[in-house]
Design a protein around this ligand. Sequence first.
Ligand code: GAP
Length: 470
Amino acid sequence: MKDLMSKIISLAKRRGFIFQSSEIYGGIRGFYDFGPLGVELKNNIKKAWWENIVWQRKEIVGLDSSIIMNPKVWKASGHIDTFADPLAECKKCHKRFRADHLVEDFKDSAKLDEHGEFTKEELEDIAKAIEKIKCPECGGELMPPRQFNLMFKTFIGPVEEKGATAYLRPETAQGIFVNYKNIVDTQRSKVPFGIAQIGKAFRNEITPRNFIFRTREFEQMELEYFVKPENDQKFFKTWVKERMNWYVKDLGLDPKKLRIRPHEKDELSHYSKSCVDIEYQFPFGWGELEGIANRTDFDLKQHQKFSGADLRYFDEKTKKYYLPYVIEPSCGVDRILLALLCDAYQEVEGGRTKTTKSVKEVEILLKLNKKIAPIKVTILPLVKNKPKLVKKAKEIYDLLKSHFNCQYDEVGSIGRRYRRSDEVGVVFAVTCDFETLEQNDVTVRDRDTMEQERIKVENLVELLKQKLEK
Ligand code: GAP
């Protein structure tokens, strides 16, 4: 299964989905760049989320708040004091690791044998377990774990002094809480209502890993849904269902590879009363795509206390003031993108097209959901050395490009061009041949079925739109 991950990483790089950041300088750990196909895929994921969350629900509005905020926000939210992971450092090589991840890894029995017996209690108490675990890099002894704050610091203004310290946001959620009053006042929002935001978040992860699964800069899609305190668990359950549906119905992820995992009591974050994760079965194991938490009135209460602003909501019916509770579905664009790539990746032994059968290769098919696929249509002249044919194909490209994200490809045999487009999940291939010049029709090939049909050029846009909507 690890092998599948390296194949996906290699496809992502080879075809321009994802590159290592600053690669020509040797890269920088935990940071990635999204290439021409990656940025399209990301935009389509974000659009699908925004449409589902904001456009389709009249009580939810959008927001785009700043990444750097008044540092008091992070004091109030608890991030300055508690947003930390346990770090274990090797006494010999001084490499640093996430202590809880080391313990998780060592739960694998083969490793336990090498390191002697662990009791259940030792495995649950990270500090105790670490005493028995050796450095995975050099075998040296590890120092006792200490808490490491994950927020990136910077300075505001020209002087690098303590009073000028600011933080890159580790979650977009706080931007929503500090704008809660602005939204209520300007939008006349009535509980229950929601505020949604998509944006970058930054965490100085001790051990970024699994490609874009755990990085130091990533994008979140977060919704804070404000409800009456007594209705919190009802809305919590509703949102868990809604969000699971989105992954299956809107993104087309395989439901067998999705699961809901409730948090254990000792796993809950400092702000939440209950929380579940929606997890995907990646080639490296189950991993969180989204957390859905009941944050209670923790954040509004804290911001009210630290800012002095009155954040209570006035209920017109009961004429009473209260602080709403918050249900928060929060997911990561990068992790969803990785799950989509893993889910869509298929290898066809011996090939799907005639070209590959002759060379006995394996063909790659990226069976991405039609709505999410980065390129919808590729336009192919049958041959590139017939100027009339090329001109016609370019005219068709011009016709389609204002409706769909298209590409024009004239290099190589038609079979090779089909393969190239299947590999990145292009949904339809439109081929112009000699008949096109006489009949004004083209061949439309479906990526998944490989069926081909002849379509009049004047009906092409409508037909492709219908097929993409199906
Ligand atoms: N506001 C709540 C919050 O931030 P979280 O579980 O820490 O909760 C929410 O993060 C989502 O953000 C996760 O489910 C994951 O998809 C994404 N995420 C968190 N840390 C990440 C990282 N280091 N790299 C990539 N995505 C990350």
